[in-house]
Design a protein around this ligand. Structure first.
Ligand code: ATP
Ligand code: MG
Length: 577
């Protein structure tokens, strides 16, 4: 990765102060702690770029830690997918792959230590009773009748919970803090519950599992994490994070720092809801190119660099906000514009016959691979008497401002010649145009007229005899509301799905050079957008392209308008002075 360092942020300020004071002996250690209960999404990318990025900036380390304390929802499939996604984004954990489940023995001992200090007890109320007696934001909770159990009794019960003597839900281990604490999370939170379930790593060894609030801080401490970065919804958990670390015999005390999670317009970033989209079949799978998952974005044709740049750009805040999805697309376009080779592909073909071009003749024309990158060189594109052009590039009776093809009008064929339309044929039944006829000017080879005459339009094309058939999938936003969670009464977020998010075109033609294209790689179809050769459905005799994005950059446009507005009002202010 060779990128300029992202701008500073409040977390870097904290870390730089810590370094100045030689806190943690000058060490910086972060972690990315996904729960393996779903696939990573673009929101996780923000956390990944932050944690691995901080480690890189300060020559520290970043651990990949699976927070696998919930045996019933977690699967190895997710662990593997998460690892693949982090690596694809360009980050290495260099063997520091950890699992909260690796600490189950240690965590059990820490729980015993709490019991011994009178800081934890076994509660035998039902989950329902515990919930009912927790109180509310305005009313204190009430103490459990089991709160006064002796250390010996608590130890005995906790061991027997572990030994599997009790069914699910009969006992829990709770911290003994304060049932009247203003922070509800501090009202004797549950630390362990009984769950007779198979775990993807520890098998059937355990039938009690530690809760997130107990596990997370201790995992951080065990791994020697210095800065535990998490999203804002954990702000209320911080006192508990600190309470646990202050109460167990462990010298490391990482600092929890919260930052605002990424919210994106037109996008859902909740694992639970993404699972629902997959399970109810609203999308074709986790890597459906419409999904905001890393695997979906990858299959769609997003590049790791574009995602990293986006994450740098959005910065870090302490207040939640919604980022315009157009900014993500803008970051993508910038990267694709610099690197994606240009080719010609016709999505909605109609035949163009050049009547004065000799039958059976063909020639090779030189085309530029990337005008943004001279080192990308050129390629040869075959040209012949019969071509395909876009149906939308012709009008039978065009208005004045239509600069493409129409009867009697002259346009440039990209890298080829000027052609003038001489007529067209129509299907008498459907009224659809079947063939457009034209003549070419041999003197305009390469796309310039020696007499200096100009044309307004330049069309892309594919030679009919040489072009390859292709399927093209056009994607649009998965949801048609800026906030997909915004629901009218009785509706679900599912009801905001965009029914036109996928449009499939089966009869496209692309230039023959694409025969050599590697699945999963990107290109620009001139004038039509950026496309990725689908890595799942492409076969040697059946090319499938995903449109990654169109060429229209709504973000750049908005920026330009804002800049223009700012300078107009500046001018106005100057005039008024
Ligand atoms: P859910 O979607 O159910 O809220 P989660 O996304 O929080 O779950 P985790 O596996 O716990 O799932 O997330 C791993 C890490 O990624 C956490 O540190 C979490 O704070 C961070 N993270 C999750 N979503 C976002 C987001 N939208 N923006 C930034 N960071 C996120
Ligand atoms: Mg979470």
């Amino acid at each position: 990765m060779n990128e300029t360092a992202p701008p500073s942020n409040f977390i870097k300020t904290i870390i730089e102060n810590d370094l100045k004071e030689n806190k943690n002996e000058g060490r910086v250690a972060t972690r990315f702690p996904p729960e393996p209960n779903g696939y990573l999404h673009i929101g996780h990318a923000k956390s990944i770029c932050l944690n691995f990025g901080i480690a890189k900036t300060y020559q520290g380390t970043c651990n990949l830690r699976f927070d696998d304390t919930n045996p019933t929802k977690e699967e190895v499939e997710y662990v593997d997918a998460i690892k693949a996604d982090v690596a694809w984004l360009g980050f290495q954990w260099e063997g520091r792959e950890h699992y909260a489940s690796d600490y189950f023995d240690q965590l059990f001992d820490y729980a015993l230590a709490l019991i011994d200090q009178g800081l934890a007890y076994v509660d035998s109320q039902s989950a329902e009773e515990i919930r009912r007696t927790r109180g509310t934001l305005t009313d204190p909770g009430s103490e459990s009748p089991y709160r006064g159990r002796s250390v010996a009794e608590n130890r005995d019960l906790f061991y027997r919970m572990k030994a599997g003597e009790f069914p699910d839900g009969t006992h829990v281990l709770r911290a003994k803090i304060d049932m009247a604490h203003p922070n509800v999370l501090m009202r004797d939170p549950t630390l362990y519950r009984i769950r007779h379930a198979h775990h993807h790593r520890t098998g059937d060894k355990w039938c009690i599992y530690p809760m997130y609030d107990f596990t997370h801080c201790l995992s951080d401490a065990i791994e020697g994490i210095t800065h535990s970065l998490c999203t804002l919804e954990f702000e209320n958990n911080r006192p508990l994070y600190d309470w646990v670390l202050d109460s167990v015999p462990h010298e490391n005390h990482p600092q929890q720092i919260e930052f605002a999670r990424l919210n994106l317009s037109y996008t859902i970033l909740s694992k639970r809801k993404l699972i629902q989209l997959v399970q109810e079949g609203h999308v074709a799978g986790w890597d459906d190119p419409r999904m905001p998952t890393i695997s979906g974005l990858r299959r769609r044709g997003y590049t790791p660099a574009a995602i990293r740049h986006f994450c740098d750009r959005i910065g870090l805040a302490k207040r939640d906000s919604v980022v315009d999805v157009a900014l993500l697309e803008h970051s993508l376009r910038e990267d694709l514009n610099a690197h994606a080779p240009r080719v010609m592909g016709v999505l909605n073909p109609v035949k163009l016959v050049i009547e004065n071009y000799p039958e059976g003749q063909e020639e090779s024309l030189e085309a530029i691979n990337n005008p943004e990158d001279a080192s990308a060189g050129t390629r040869q594109v075959p040209f012949s008497r019969e071509l395909y052009i876009e149906r939308e590039d012709f009008m039978e009776d065009p208005p004045k401002k239509f600069f493409r093809l129409g009867p009697g009008r002259e346009v440039r064929l990209r890298y080829a010649y000027f052609v003038t339309c001489t007529g067209f044929d129509k299907d008498p039944e459907t009224g659809q145009i079947t063939t457009i006829r034209c003549t070419y000017d041999p003197a305009t080879k390469g796309g310039n007229a020696p007499d200096g005459r100009k044309v307004r339009g330049t069309l892309h094309w594919v030679s009919a005899a040489h072009g390859l058939p292709a399927e093209v999938r056009l994607y649009d936003r998965l949801f048609n509301k800026p906030n997909p969670d915004e629901k009218e009464a009785g509706k679900r977020f599912i009801d905001n799905l965009n029914p036109d998010a996928l449009k499939v075109l089966m009869n496209c033609r692309v230039e023959p050079s694409l025969k050599a294209m590697a699945a999963g790689s990107n290109c620009q179809f001139e004038r039509m957008g950026y496309f990725c050769l689908d890595s799942r459905d492409t076969r040697p005799d059946h090319l499938v392209f995903n449109r990654i994005v169109t060429l229209r950059d709504t973000w750049a446009k908005v920026q330009k308008q804002q800049a223009a507005r700012a300078s107009t009002s500046k001018r106005r202010r100057r005039r008024e002075r």
